[in-house]
Design a protein around this ligand. Structure first.
Ligand code: UDX
Length: 429
């Protein structure tokens, strides 16, 4: 059984069903359950709607409201409820505690309670105490799903991590993933809980490091593109997560860095390295804003700025902790007239005009700014964009565009950490 049908819970439920397990997904939201039971998936996650449909047809997957009834014959219960950032940066465990309180007395003896939600180290022990039932096994099985590729990440994982202090329980959960042929790290509960934070915080530090190297490139006249390529061939470093940008965001990295800092503080450890990564990330957004201000002559007040992208990364419509959105709101606060387009985000947003195509963003703009790395932006007709714009500045915070294409259209281009690319392309045009 899976409790919670957000992107983690629904992906877990649908993928486990596709591996041949009988899965019941539970949520408190009645209308959501009704939509899912009819095969309607609201979140943008490639392959998920198809898996849900297949599960419903085969009967391996079902959706119900209310956990108490559904858990009575469960062998395992995956807890996939939100653990948002609470007061002081710690993870807020109320949803987890609430579900455990609701089902603890009706779970069959020997049942495994499995946390998928990112929870502080020590939560497994706390859940065991909360249930008051030593005959239940509490297991930590952190997920490493990226939004936009959650299904393929689930079905083709780099590794499975499972930890429990109850003998045999972690192996039982690891066996649920047998069909995936992924290496399994089977360990104690606290270590499994820490893996998730360690992995996400390492990724965040990697990005903050790259963004700092990009800043150095700008000051030293080097180019971040060959620099990261040169780093990435080293297998100890790896090629992924080396792209500079407007700062890391989304529903996980900001929350998990803050939670791990909180955990470290609780045991009186100054995790300076991680705090510096978080501070660098804030500074990175400010740097992009300074670039935009510079591109429109120094003052944002009254400047017309067109934004390409609002989601925290391409392939998702998620605005949670999106650097694009926070940059947009600072621009608005400084008196800029902001127009934005994102292929996956519509509707109204405070302070700005959200339009439904990229060319509308360019109309009358003093500067156009790429904030999310949607591939469609590379296919825009930049000569036409230049005709529509009032000014000539393009700020590419994702180094997404081919600088020469933009410069050849008579526009200026500046990316992140690429002063040489700008100069070279200018001299070519
Ligand atoms: C992340 C983790 O990757 C995943 O393992 C975990 O389960 C949830 O958190 P997600 O939040 O979906 O996944 O996004 P991810 O692809 O990791 O990107 C995080 C942020 O870093 C985004 O803002 C993205 O734009 C940024 N990023 C990523 C870069 O700026 N450069 C890169 O090279 C990679």
């Amino acid at each position: 059984m899976v409790v919670g049908t957000g992107y983690v819970g629904l992906t877990t439920g649908a993928c486990l069903a596709s591996l041949g397990h009988r899965v019941t997904c539970v949520d408190v939201d009645e209308s959501k359950v009704a939509r899912l039971a009819a095969g309607r998936v609201d979140i943008m996650e490639p392959g998920l709607a198809e898996l849900v449909a297949r599960g419903l047809t085969s009967g391996g997957l079902s959706f119900v409201v209310g956990a108490r009834e559904a858990v009575r014959d469960a062998d395992g219960v995956f807890l996939c409820v939100p653990t948002p950032m609470g007061a002081g940066g710690a993870a807020d465990l109320r949803a987890v505690e609430q579900v455990v309180g609701e089902i603890a007395d009706v779970l069959p003896s020997g049942c495994a309670l499995i946390t998928k939600s990112t929870v502080p180290v020590g939560t497994a022990r706390r859940i065991q105490e909360l249930t008051g039932r030593p005959d239940l096994a509490v297991v930590s099985n952190p997920e490493f799903l990226r939004e936009g590729t959650a299904v393929s990440d689930f079905l083709g994982p780099d590794r499975i991590v499972v930890g429990s202090d109850t003998p045999g329980a972690a192996d039982w959960v690891a066996n649920l993933y047998e069909g995936l042929h992924a290496p399994a790290v089977v360990t104690d509960a606290a270590s499994a809980e820490l893996v998730k934070y360690a992995a996400n915080c390492f990724l965040a530090m990697k990005l903050s490091f790259v963004n700092s190297i990009a800043e150095l490139c700008e000051r030293l006249g080097a180019d971040i593109e060959p620099v990261t390529r040169g780093m990435g061939y080293d297998r100890r470093i790896g090629r992924s997560f080396l792209k500079p940008g407007p700062g890391w965001g989304g529903s996980c990295l900001p929350k998990d860095t803050s939670a791990l800092l909180n955990i470290a503080e609780s045991v009186r450890f100054d995790f300076d390295l991680l705090s510096a990564a978080v501070e660098q990330n804030i500074a990175q957004r400010d740097r992009v804003i300074a670039k935009i201000a510079g591109a429109v002559g120094g003052s944002l007040a009254g400047a017309r700025i067109g934004l390409l992208g609002l989601a925290f990364k391409a392939g998702t419509n998620d605005l949670r902790d999106s650097p694009a959105l926070s940059i947009a709101s600072v621009l608005c606060a400084h008196g800029a007239e902001v127009t934005a387009f994102d292929p996956a985000v519509g509707g109204e947003l405070p302070g700005m005009l959200v339009v439904d195509n990229a060319y509308q963003v360019a109309k009358g703009a003093d500067a156009v700014v790429v904030l999310t790395e949607w591939p469609e932006f590379t296919r825009l007709d930049w000569t036409y964009m230049a005709e529509l714009m009032h000014g000539d500045a393009v700020v590419d915070s994702r180094n997404l565009l081919e600088p020469r294409t933009v410069l050849n259209a008579g526009l200026s281009w500046q990316g992140i950490g690429r002063p040489r690319a700008t100069v070279r392309a200018t001299s070519v045009s």
